[in-house]
Design a protein around this ligand. Structure first.
Ligand code: C2E
Ligand code: MG
Ligand code: MG
Length: 693
């Protein structure tokens, strides 16, 4: 505003300007009577008089600077941006513009009229400013409402009371397949009708007559003649005087709704990854199929299939590749069964197959062969050919049961049994499996009590340096002291502890017990060598394992260099990165790491290179046959040589005879453990543990 030329304080000040030819007194009186804001400008565009109207509306003291930047202007038509006055001077014509005044936010329409002298020379100009804020607001609201209706996903049609179309929105155009211009003015009911039990026209008339809205089904006839059903309303629209002016029809395409519902339904019953039926749908389909099998002489087989080592694939190649594997498996399973059979994804890498209407139980094995052949084909993935195997459990209806949940449970039990047997195994459910389940339940209940009552014991088995004969270490082995069955060896309960998760507290108890024993032996001045504790893969998967071990070490004040942790190869395979981090941390504490039962699992020496490993324990199955079986001897020799190349010492398990020991010495094995020296003994058998051997 500072740049605005200061207007003279009174019209009389203008007497010396060229405007003196006008009669300012008359002008002022006329201007004061106007409702619009009026300014009189001289030939240079300076305001020499204002009637003060606009200043009052805008709440300012001086006339707003319409010629500078105080107002944003938007010229109508092709007028270039610029100030009104100069535009008027340039064109010699009346100019007009719409402006928004800041900060009042009001809109002004300002017209600039030139004032010419008798000789045609420009004497000045009159600016007439009108406050058009209300109109602008109404227009903006109108634009907003129109955009809302036009962009609404619902179809909207407005007709006059004589049922001619006056408006359709874009959704309506798309639905009908006609342009708006084509439809305006046409009879509304040519395209849209009320669909009801009664004559649709009667319904329209009733809306017109009673001025009550109709809610229900509407039918639209598309340009291609097809009819689409809508759910919607026909509303009587009244104007401000209450007179019925229009009919508004609003509707939503029900086929879209149906599609949406179908998709929601699909998600509830199908697996998103493979698009196979999920467990819920699988069970739903089993019910009638099993009822049919029960009442006919047909057989229905339920197969539960679990991929072998799927976790390893996921870890090695990433979960995206894992997903690809699952999809590929889904496809080959589908290709292996007949129409009418169901293949479902039960969750994770578990699949369920319902093979229906088989004539004989033997027919099932034909299908299983086909499935195995399909699975045997390598899957091309990430540049490699992956060979996948699966374990399968089968239960039959009606012989194993007729209740879907019961038969599925039995097939799952059979699968778990197959899994224990090793990759690629197929197992049919048998009653004996059922009794095993009962036994499992009974054992787990007893083990829970054993944990509470402290019925576990730690036994120790020493091992010796083959060259020097010195004590090289010991292994702590768990035992269960029962009242009725005496001392129970671990192979009878370790798997139950693992499957129930009880191996976690039991394993911690072992570590704690061993640490205290080591401290006690040291206190007694025994020549203590590192004691090895077995860690179950299940224990390994618990997030707090490391914290627990650290806590036990602190609590018992044991020297961690006197501890060794034995892990099996399966622990490595499950999650190599995680395993490496834990092993590295254990090593950092000062403990040693042994790989147990080497040779029975994946036996990947490549793995060993990547892990911090001190000892490798050659599984006793190889040691046992080392005398008779040349292959075993060669294998053991190879393992020892390769381990040495990696700087890893070897321990032979299950050394039972002097002959075993002799051969192992020739093969340059470092350490021996076995009944030849002593079986595992309780800690008080110090003669066995520390005595001369
Ligand atoms: P492992 O860790 O491979 O332990 C060696 C097994 O071989 C022990 O069986 C031991 O008694 C046995 N053994 C030792 N020398 C000979 C021999 O000369 N001939 C024969 N035939 N066997 C011999 P054990 O104590 O029955 O333990 C079996 C398995 O149970 C262990 O195999 C280990 O995998 C597991 N286990 C034992 N204690 C624990 C534990 O505290 N925690 C965990 N997670 N597993 C344990
Ligand atoms: Mg062991
Ligand atoms: Mg072992």
């Amino acid at each position: 505003m500072s740049e605005v030329p200061t207007p003279p304080s009174s019209p009389s000040g203008a007497a010396s300007t060229p405007l003196s030819k006008l009669d300012p007194g008359t002008s002022a009186a006329a201007m004061a009577a106007m409702t619009d804001g009026i300014w009189l400008l001289d030939a240079q565009g300076r305001v020499i008089h204002s009637n003060g109207r606009l200043e009052r509306t805008l709440g300012v003291d001086e006339p707003p600077d319409v010629e500078r930047c105080g107002l944003r202007e938007s010229f109508h038509g092709d007028y270039p941006r610029g100030c009104l006055f100069h535009e008027m001077v340039r064109s010699g014509k009346v100019t007009e513009g719409e402006f928004r005044h800041e900060p009042s936010g009001r809109w002004l329409r300002i017209t600039c009229y030139p004032i010419h002298g008798d000789g045609g020379e420009l004497l000045g100009a009159t600016h007439v400013a009108r406050d058009i804020s209300d109109t602008v607001q109404i227009e903006a609201m109108h634009d907003l409402l129109e955009a809302t209706v036009d962009q609404s996903p619902d179809v909207v049609l407005i007709s006059s009371v004589d049922l001619r179309i006056v408006y359709v929105n874009s959704a309506f155009e798309r639905l009908v397949g006609r342009g708006r211009d084509e439809m305006l003015g046409r009879r509304a009911w040519d395209m849209l009708e009320i669909f009801s039990g009664d004559n649709g026209m009667n319904q329209v008339n009733s809306v017109l007559r009673n001025r009550e809205p109709f809610h229900g089904l509407l039918t639209v006839t598309r340009a291609d003649g097809r009819q689409v059903h809508l759910g919607g309303s026909v509303l009587p629209l009244k104007d401000s005087t209450g007179t019925l002016s229009h009919l508004v029809c609003i509707g939503r395409d029900l086929t879209q709704q149906e599609e949406l519902e179908r998709r929601v339904q699909h998600l509830a019953y199908f697996d998103a990854l493979t698009d196979l039926p999920n467990r819920t749908l699988f069970m739903d389909r089993l019910t009638p199929a099993m009822a049919r099998a029960e009442h006919s002489s047909r057989v229905c087989a339920l197969v539960v299939l679990n991929l072998d080592n799927f976790k390893a694939i996921n870890h090695a190649l990433g979960t995206a590749a894992g997903d690809d594997v699952l999809r590929a498996i889904a496809a080959s399973l589908l290709a292996s069964v007949r129409d009418g059979d169901t293949v479902a994804r039960l969750g994770g890498d578990d699949f369920g197959l319902a093979l229906l209407d088989m004539k004989w139980p033997e027919d099932v094995s034909g299908v299983l062969d086909k499935i195995q052949q399909a699975l045997n084909k390598p899957i091309a993935l990430a540049g490699t050919d992956l060979e996948i195997t699966a374990s399968m459990g089968i239960a039959l209806c009606p012989s194993d049961g007729t209740l879907p949940s019961d038969v599925l449970e039995k097939a799952t039990l059979a699968m778990a049994d197959a899994k224990r047997e090793g990759p690629g195994t197929i197992r049919y459910y048998s009653a004996e499996m059922g009794s095993r389940l009962e036994k499992f339940m009974a054992t787990s209940a007893r083990l829970r009590k054993a944990l509470e009552r402290g019925e576990f014991r730690a036994y120790y088995q020493p091992y010796y340096d083959i060259t020097t004969g010195d004590l090289a270490g010991m292994e702590a082995l768990i035992r269960w002291q029962t009242e009725d069955r005496g001392l129970v060896p671990p192979h009878e309960f370790i798997s139950v502890l693992e499957e129930t998760g009880m191996v976690v507290p039991a394993g911690l108890w072992m570590i704690d017990t061993v640490c205290r024993q080591v401290v006690e032996w040291q206190r007694q001045g025994r020549p203590v060598a590192p004691v090895a504790v077995n860690l179950s893969p299940v224990q390994f998967r618990t997030a707090h394992l490391l914290d627990d071990i650290r806590r036990i070490i602190t609590d018992t004040d044991v020297d961690p260099r006197l501890l060794t942790f034995e892990v099996t190869e399966s622990t490595f395979i499950e999650d190599p990165e995680y395993t490496r981090s834990i092993l590295t941390a254990l090593r950092a504490l000062g403990a040693r790491i042994s790989i147990d039962d080497f040779g029975t699992g994946y036996s990947s020496l490549a793995y060993l290179k990547r892990f911090p490993v001190d000892h490798l324990k050659i599984d006793q199955s190889f040691v046992r046959d080392i005398i008779e079986d040349v292959d075993d001897a060669t294998l053991v020799s190879t393992i020892i040589t390769m381990a040495h190349n990696l700087g890893i010492r070897t321990i032979a398990e299950g050394v039972e005879t002097a002959e075993h020991l002799r051969i192992l010495r020739i093969l340059r094995c470092d350490i021996a453990q076995g009944y030849f020296f002593t079986p595992p003994v309780p800690p008080d058998r110090e003669d066995k543990l520390f005595g001369p051997r």
